[in-house]
Ligand binder design. Structure first.
Ligand code: 5RP
Length: 229
């Protein structure tokens, strides 16, 4: 596997973030994703808010909410919104057909709600996230704790090799109080079919396959910006 230069990668994340922020206008309700790429966008939005941009925002995680507030961005209750004008979020993998794997940061459930509400769902990435087929990155699956073993077994039935996500030898707990199974399905030939199969599993709150939820991916490669839509 090719090694990725972190400085170069951060420069690409910043370039993509700055390009995405240009889509935000006065009066917009903005959906804010989670992760290192989105952090660049939140910082830039905060700068623009200080310069007079008037927006409100919905956050996909507690850490994004705290970050946005620290930059003076007003946060709305996600559960009260019927629509979001524009959202900006990252991805762990994407294809040119705008299928994604998300949830590396564990915020997939709220990120999916934000993407579902968004009129313009923008994904920002560095060049390392573009793949021909999804699946080198495992698919995060958020599961309600009392359904853990059931969901794990159902994922196995679908040929997914699951692993409970843990941090410092303890189960990772999402902002919603749930567990995450990271499931390896190998390279995924039919992501929409797998997404639909996963959607049938009771007790599975959300999975990281984002299908038909993205308006555009803004990817930076070197100093270039490439938009997939
Ligand atoms: C969090 C996500 C992130 O968007 C994804 O993990 C990418 O993160 P980063 O921008 O740090 O590479 O889905 O749940």
């Amino acid at each position: 596997m090719a090694t990725i230069d972190k400085t170069q990668q951060d420069a690409e994340k910043l370039t993509a973030a700055l390009a995405a922020v240009k889509f935000v206008k006065d009066g917009d309700v903005v959906g804010l994703g989670t992760g290192s790429t989105t952090t660049f966008a939140i910082k830039e939005l905060g700068k623009r808010v200080k310069e007079g941009l008037q927006i409100t925002a919905a956050a996909s995680s507690i850490r994004t909410e705290e970050l946005a507030k620290s930059f003076g961005i007003q946060i709305l209750d996600l559960g009260s919104l019927s629509t979001i004008d524009v959202s900006i979020d990252g991805a762990d993998e994407f294809t040119e057909t705008l299928d994604l794997i998300k949830g590396g940061g564990g915020a997939l459930f709220r990120e999916k709600i934000i993407a579902s509400l968004s009129k313009n769902a923008i994904i920002i990435t560095d060049a390392s996230k573009k793949v021909k087929k999804l699946g080198a990155f495992t698919v995060p699956i958020e599961v309600i704790p009392l359904a853990y073993q059931y969901v794990f077994d159902q994922v196995t039935e679908l040929s997914g090799r699951g692993q409970l996500r843990s941090v410092a030898h303890k189960p990772f707990i999402t902002d919603n109080g749930n567990l995450i199974i990271d499931a390896d399905f190998g390279l995924i030939d039919h992501p929409a079919k797998l997404a639909s199969d996963l959607n049938q599993i009771n007790g599975l709150l959300a999975h990281g396959l984002f299908i038909n939820l993205t308006s555009k991916v803004i990817m930076s490669e070197g100093t270039d910006i490439i938009v997939f839509e």
